[in-house]
Design a protein around this ligand. Structure first.
Ligand code: FE
Ligand code: FE
Ligand code: ZN
Length: 282
């Protein structure tokens, strides 16, 4: 079934996210496990989770895609930052078990001046230390734009992480269209070739989630600035094609497009998701 949703604010808890998703016409959704800048997560409210799970079943909402905070850098040159990231990852994976069998996606990290090889080894080492046998959550490596020293700018870099992780059955990929464009893969003009390339390097079946975003920047800019659907370099046709691609019929699609300025107000912004979901479903 074609499932599409968006990234939602999580501060009011799970049930509120579920209701919000349904109100937007979403059948799946994403959220930050804690403040995206890092810090301590709010304790899980068991009643809230139970109410959410009942609500989700009733409204056919499926696939939570939790997003790790941006401050989680598993390949920082600073060991204390690596440890901070590892602790957050371990804590998040424990919390995810309250909602079993869902997804947890993270940005692999920025190696700063250590080089990609060292970065990849550090990321894999931490995954090997933290992923645990009873875990039901699948952890997703996100494809990255290659801003600064980001790991994940090429399919090969993600593959290199896979190669060193023991629990490969708990590791898959979150394919972000904006990031892939900014990394230099021309999905707008060479859609088939880009996915053939992904298939050759990692395997299409490893794509667990799509982040469906347009990009404000040209191909290969290594920038990572999301644009609203049809307002960027990728364009509506390619994103629409992806959403309806039979190959990915069962892969949830999540929008992370920017909020829009409300008319007559420079400050207040409103989410574009209801309209963008409707438009992509056409
Ligand atoms: Fe992300
Ligand atoms: Fe993303
Ligand atoms: Zn991004």
């Amino acid at each position: 079934m074609l499932r599409i949703g968006c990234h939602l604010p999580s501060s009011k808890g799970y049930l509120e996210m579920g209701k919000h998703a349904v109100a937007l016409g979403a059948t799946t959704f994403a959220f930050f496990t804690r403040n995206p800048r890092g810090g301590k997560a709010k304790p899980i409210q068991k009643e809230d989770v139970a109410a959410f799970l009942a609500y989700a079943a009733e409204h056919d909402l499926q696939h939570l895609v939790a997003h790790a905070p941006y401050t989680m850098n598993l390949c920082s040159a600073d060991p204390s930052i690596r440890q901070f990231g590892k602790d957050m990852l371990a804590d998040d994976l424990q919390r995810m078990e309250y909602t079993p069998n869902q997804y947890y996606n993270f940005h692999p990290g920025s190696h700063v001046k250590q080089g990609a090889e060292v970065g990849i080894a550090q990321i894999a080492e931490t995954l090997n230390e933290v992923l645990f046998p009873e875990q039901t959550t699948t952890v997703l490596l996100e494809t990255m734009a290659g801003k600064g020293s980001e790991i994940g700018r090429s399919f090969e870099e993600l593959k290199a992480i896979y190669d060193e992780v023991d629990r490969k059955e708990r590791l898959r990929v979150c394919f972000d269209t904006c990031h892939v464009n900014d990394a230099g893969y021309d999905i707008a003009n060479h859609y088939d070739e880009v996915f053939a390339e992904f298939d050759r390097v990692i395997g299409l079946e490893q794509i667990a989630v799509f982040h469906v975003n347009d990009s404000l920047n040209p191909l290969g800019a290594h920038k990572d600035r999301h644009a609203n659907i049809g307002k960027g370099t990728i364009g509506y046709d390619t994103l629409h094609r992806l959403v309806h691609d039979e190959t990915f019929a069962n892969v949830p699609k999540i929008l992370e497009t920017p909020w829009l300025c409300e008319e007559g107000s420079a400050k207040k912004t409103i989410p574009p998701y209801k309209e963008e979901i409707e438009w992509l479903l056409k």
